[in-house]
Design a protein around this ligand. Structure first.
Ligand code: SF4
Length: 216
């Protein structure tokens, strides 16, 4: 008889013990976030790396950008060699990573050096229509280069312009560029965007005045 009573006595004791253990575990779990907040790692250094860029002239894309359906043969014969010459001498492309920036901190910076601007200005003086054709050629070059590195830009037709961090502004200075708070650098033909592509119009400084902005 005594053996049948003993198990019955033990069960209530075990049932009481369980809640105590659970209650004791809760404060320990609540301490975990405090430890995480104290373990912040400092952001690493800015990385600036040149990118080998070899853009190719694309007649279809150029016509689309220029709003033209056909190009005079004489002009076409000038466009391609000029494109190749600029790409070889004056095109600059860099990957800049600021670990303190969002989404891994990667950015793409592309520009054409000042002699291209001077050349186009000179052509413009002689012929505004030819000047416009070469102006569009320069835009085609920086955009084609950007699209070759960040393919999503080809679908969009533009490049979301993020606000640079303090670290990236220092990188601009090292590269000889001056950032203007309106969202431009001191080069007429330039692209600055996130790399890899992320967030689209949502992070673009041009969004308040852009007629093509959307919520992609
Ligand atoms: S706001 Fe305009 S310029 Fe900026 S990414 Fe969107 S469509 Fe392009």
């Amino acid at each position: 008889m005594t053996t049948t009573k003993k198990p019955a006595d033990k069960k209530p004791a075990a049932a009481k013990a369980a809640p105590k253990k659970t209650a004791a575990a809760k404060p320990a779990a609540a301490k975990a976030p405090v430890k995480k907040a104290a373990a912040k790692k400092p952001a690493g250094p800015i990385q600036v790396d040149a990118i080998e860029a070899h853009p190719e002239f694309d007649l279809f894309t150029y016509c689309e950008l220029s709003g033209e359906t056909r190009i005079e043969h004489d002009l076409l014969e000038e466009l391609e060699p000029r494109f190749d010459g600029w790409a070889e001498k004056f095109l600059r492309a860099y990957k800049i990573i600021d670990p303190a920036a969002p989404k891994g901190g990667g950015h793409l910076l592309i520009w054409l050096e000042e002699p291209v601007e001077d050349e186009i200005e000179g052509i413009w003086q002689d012929s505004p229509s030819a000047g416009m054709a070469f102006h569009n050629l320069a835009i085609h070059m920086v955009m084609t280069t950007a699209q070759s590195v960040v393919p999503e830009l080809a679908d969009k037709g533009c490049a979301p312009l993020p606000k640079p961090t303090a670290g990236i502004l220092k990188a601009f200075e090292q590269l000889g560029l001056v950032w203007n708070k309106e969202g431009t650098v001191n080069r007429q033909f330039a692209v600055f965007t996130r790399m890899p592509y992320s967030e689209g119009c949502a992070i673009c400084m041009l969004r308040p005045k852009c007629p093509n902005a959307n919520d992609d």
